[in-house]
Design a protein around this ligand. Structure first.
Ligand SMILES: [Zn+2]
Length: 202
């Protein structure tokens, strides 16, 4: 029987797991990461950054594909909602771009993050612009990957805070969100930097 396309793909995947006849969890985990993050990475440059937890890489990929459970997307899928307005500002519809960038109160957090890093202004209105937006001009290549990691962690925590507004009724507090971003990003990035020294606040 001729091998089907899926069949031959599966065989190739299994072969790629091992060249020495041994299968390991690590190899399997790498393969799954490639399958999840690979298609987008190939199209839009890398979506990998080993300074952030895997869950954040996957979150960024979901934002790219607009796979966030914002009210406008839920409404499109027939979910009956009381309102599709932004839960933070109530001035616009809650779309992916609005809740991650355009909302004035979210933008206030971004401006504070950029200011913390000595970058004036914040001009991004979507994830693609965020990924390509420049950090401080004096950055080395190590600094560039820290800057990218910081932006991704910030977006992830902005979304987490949006969820606490929606599900726990908490109010939006930009200085406190910045504080959380500073603490968490330091914790995650420095832990993954494997002893590399970097000057966090410069
Ligand atoms: Zn808003």
């Amino acid at each position: 029987m001729p091998q089907s396309k899926i069949g031959s793909r599966t065989v190739r995947m299994l072969q790629s797991l091992s060249t020495d006849g041994r299968f390991t969890v690590k190899k399997l985990s790498t393969l799954i990461d490639d399958m999840v993050l690979g298609p987008y990475s190939n199209q839009h440059g890398t979506l990998r950054n080993n300074l952030v937890p895997k869950k954040i890489e996957i979150f960024i990929w979901r934002v790219m594909l607009r796979r966030l459970a914002v009210k406008v997307e839920l409404d499109k899928r027939g979910v009956d909602l009381h309102s599709v307005r932004c839960p933070i500002c109530d001035n616009d519809l809650e779309s992916v771009d609005h809740i991650t960038f355009s909302c004035d109160r979210v933008k206030d957090v971004w401006v504070r993050i950029y200011k913390w890093w000595g970058v004036n202004g914040f001009m991004c209105s979507n994830i693609t612009e965020l990924i390509s937006s420049k950090g401080p001009s004096s950055m080395t290549s190590v600094g560039e990957s820290i800057w990218q990691a910081l932006k991704w962690i910030s977006l992830y925590l902005i979304w987490k805070n949006r969820n606490t507004v929606v599900f726990q009724g908490k109010s939006w507090n930009s200085p406190m969100i910045l504080n959380e971003i500073q603490t968490k990003s330091f914790e995650w990035i420095s832990w993954r930097s494997k002893g590399k020294k970097f000057d966090w606040l410069s």
